[in-house]
Design a protein around this ligand. Structure first.
Ligand code: AHG
Ligand code: MN
Ligand code: MN
Length: 334
């Protein structure tokens, strides 16, 4: 049996592959791991502590802020504040980019995150997640303008997520494969549980909030109807699975194949999910495993954000499944 490899060791091993690395990136990953462990601990005892329910506030997305959303956000901000390396964070729960290090020229990195994904699952003990995207900032860049931080997904240094499910796992990529770590609660360490994950080129499961069907375009309805048709040769009908937690649904897609969709709607073409801290980092992971993340029309990672909380339609998963979805969703050139 091979000896266990902790996430800390793995990050340091990766760092050794890059002789010019200063260790700063490794420190950020260590801070994310610490935040993840703290949030996992909160979630494990959520029903026993007075931390469930709403704060009474509504966030920039117009959504009710749960007390655990706020707590998870504060946890990540605190760990980055102590790192002295992250200059700025963009979080789902904060209206503006937040300058962690006021001295503008220090801190080479920006981290974009969704501190708690799938908040509607909090009260029912269903899976939750956290998503992160790490970017390097230009050493010469100074100032506080949002434009400095509006980086497209192709420029990510790392992207990944934590899934608080039956176990707590962390999945990430630095552009050098997708690696998964499982938290051993006894020793408080994330241990390597899968490396260089590659996903099936096609699956048998689709994941979508089908309650929104009446709001979709005809093209989207036709695609889902296609998946529901019976055809033994192409493995249809597909099964439907939907947890209400993007991280959990995308993790299933990573391991089993198939696709997740949160499309635009006729009255809301931008969809629901956020580009910078949901769609782009998850797409980095899925692409590294051999899959695709698309709006249905274009590659998610190529999109230049115009605002920190920009929304984007998302079609993400196995290569063949997403390619077929695109043939339905892309406007036909007559
Ligand atoms: P968040 O809790 O960070 O706001 O994200 C919720 C997202 C995502 O996790 C999930 O897939 C989707 O919203 C569910 O939305 P619907 O309830 O509209 O299906
Ligand atoms: Mn989310
Ligand atoms: Mn969230």
């Amino acid at each position: 049996m091979s000896s266990p490899i902790s996430l800390t060791e793995h990050i340091l091993d990766q760092q050794r592959l890059h002789p010019d690395a200063t260790g700063e990136f490794s420190t950020i990953m260590t801070q994310i791991v610490l935040g993840g462990k703290m949030i996992a601990q909160d979630l494990r005892q959520a029903g026993l502590l007075d931390i469930l329910g709403s704060t009474g506030d509504v966030n920039i997305q117009g959504e009710e802020v749960q007390r655990l959303d706020q707590r998870a956000n504060d946890t990540f901000v605190q760990v980055f504040e102590s790192s002295k390396i992250v200059r700025t964070v963009i979080s789902e729960e904060m209206e503006e980019p937040y300058t962690v290090i006021p001295a503008e020229r220090t801190g080479k990195y920006a981290v974009f995150f969704d501190p708690l994904d799938g908040s509607s699952n909090i009260d029912v003990n269903a899976p939750l997640g956290a998503i992160f995207s790490i970017h390097r900032l230009l050493p010469s860049s100074s100032g506080k303008e949002n434009s400095l931080y509006l980086k497209p997904g192709v420029e990510q240094v790392a992207g990944g997520y934590i899934l608080f499910g039956t176990s707590t796992i962390l999945v990430y990529t630095c552009g050098d494969g997708v690696h998964q770590f499982t938290l051993n609660p006894g020793i408080g360490e994330f241990l390597l549980s899968a490396s260089n994950i590659t996903m099936p080129s096609r699956g048998k499961i689709y994941s979508v909030n089908e309650g929104n069907r009446q709001k979709w375009s005809n093209e989207m309805r036709n695609y889902i109807a296609h998946l529901q048709e019976s055809d033994v040769a192409t493995g249809r009908p597909y099964s439907l699975r939907y947890t209400g937690c993007l991280v959990a649904d995308v993790h299933r897609v990573l391991l089993k194949g198939g696709l997740y969709l949160y499309p635009g709607e006729v009255m809301k073409p931008e969809g629901k999910l956020r580009l910078m801290y949901e769609a782009a980092p998850l797409t980095f992971v899925i692409e590294q495993a051999g899959g695709i993340g698309s709006t249905g029309f274009e590659r998610i990672r190529n999109i230049q954000p115009k605002a920190p909380h920009q929304r984007v339609p998302l079609v993400i998963g196995s290569r063949e499944d997403v390619e077929l979805a695109e043939t339905f969703l892309k406007p036909k050139i007559e």
